[in-house]
Write a protein that binds this ligand. Structure first.
Ligand SMILES: *Cc1c(COP(=O)(O)O)cnc(C)c1O
Length: 386
């Protein structure tokens, strides 16, 4: 038996260095801690990285998704297709706008939304699709774009897991009409709380800016009338969803390290895969031939057909060894709130059976090979020790 480690190994964690701290301190010593120049610099940094014309930063990724649904003019009577295998926000943002989330099942091999299932869920009311690049692996964006063009749908890519990932050699950010990145501390780079929408579409860009700031504009091109230099207009119902300059400065500094973080995540994921290969009962994550993951999560499944302890049992044993394993995610529509809206078990069988067996292992750039060895050994012990 392994000796239990002293401190809990979390499933994800930020990596901040002196440069990041100095960047924040500089803002604190300056004239603007919000609505200053650090925001635009951060937006430029992220949109340059993603390869898009525009970026609009938000208080968090969920607010960014809400704004994207507003920009896409999703409203009552509109259906939006998304995956059940995601964090609540990908689907809640549809509800915020009064739209109806429609869940399309996952591909049981990649865990991403299955384009064929999207086609089966299309109706005359379908207005948009929100694919999620689950665990960091891009969804099948070529096929999703093809369906969207054919049926006049807007694609909002939830790339909270996948900044820096590629599909067919093209970076995430340039595939969809709008793409969301989150800067929560468990994600690749952090601003504490934060999110962004990147896009090439000027109309969406202008709507996102208004929505972030109470639906207000001062832009002379947008004003209906102009009563003087003090004048602004509220043209739609927006929110205060702004990011602070403190956060933006941290984000710009963190972006300098993004590629190194992703490189380290790939190395760690490869180590897991090599060391867990041929472990009876352990199903390793599988990559689509066109996808290059940025590895937000490393998820295994426990083969319920084999005579090994079940997921709950293994989960508890690993937590007892101070390993912060996790479960991502229970299908969204099984949440009580969604059940009350009328969604029911059986809607997406692949997502449901995945949920029974999945287990997220710790993965963050500061981990060492010794950490990986400890997790792998504990998994093997948990499975064999019946
Ligand atoms: C983290 C996350 C979000 C929301 O981001 P926040 O910044 O925490 O609001 C949305 N979708 C997915 C898939 C996420 O993992």
């Amino acid at each position: 038996m392994s000796i239990k480690r002293e401190k809990m190994l979390p499933y994800g964690q930020q990596w901040l260095d002196e440069e990041d701290i100095e960047a924040v301190v500089q803002v604190l010593k300056g004239d603007f801690i919000t609505q200053g120049p650090a925001i635009e610099a951060f937006e430029r940094k992220v949109s340059d990285y993603a390869g898009t014309r525009y970026g609009v930063a938000f208080a968090n990724g969920t607010a960014a998704l809400h704004a994207a649904c507003f920009a896409a003019e999703i409203g009552p009577n509109d259906e939006v297709i998304t995956t059940p295998l995601t964090f609540l926000a990908s689907s809640n943002c549809i509800l915020y706008q009064g739209g109806t989330p429609v869940f399309a099942d996952i591909n049981p091999v990649t865990y991403n939304i299955d384009p064929h299932e999207i086609e089966l869920k299309l109706t005359p009311y379908t207005k948009a699709v929100i694919p999620v690049d689950f665990s960091g692996q891009p969804a099948e964006m070529d096929r999703i774009q093809e369906i969207a063009r054919l049926h006049n749908l807007i694609v909002i890519e939830d790339a909270a897991h996948s900044i820096g990932a590629q599909y067919q050699g093209r970076k995430v950010g340039t595939w969809a009409d709008m793409t969301m990145f989150s800067f929560h501390p468990v994600k690749h780079v952090t601003t504490g709380e934060g999110g962004i929408i990147v896009t090439d579409n000027e109309r969406f860009y202008r709507r996102l800016l208004q929505f972030r700031n109470h639906g207000m504009t001062r832009d002379p091109q947008e004003l209906i009338s102009n009563e003087g230099p003090w004048y602004y207009e509220m043209q739609s119902l927006g929110y205060n969803y702004r990011m602070t300059d403190i956060q933006a400065a941290l984000g710009t500094s963190q972006m300098n390290k993004l590629d190194a973080f992703i490189e380290k995540r790939k190395i760690l994921a490869d180590l897991y895969s090599a060391k867990l290969a041929d472990t009876p009962g352990v199903i390793l994550p599988s990559q689509h031939a066109d996808a290059s993951s940025s590895w937000h999560l490393y998820i295994i499944q426990l083969d319920s057909k084999l005579n090994i302890p079940d997921r709950k049992n293994v989960f508890q044993k690993l937590r007892d060894m101070n390993i912060g394993v996790n479960v991502h995610y229970m299908p969204v529509y099984l949440q009580p709130y969604y059940k009350n809206l009328g969604y029911h078990r059986g809607l997406c069988p692949h997502a449901e059976s995945y949920y029974e067996n999945c287990l997220t292992l710790p993965l963050f750039p500061k981990m060492t090979e010794q950490d990986i060895d400890y997790v792998v050994t504990c998994i093997k012990e948990a499975i064999n020790e019946m």
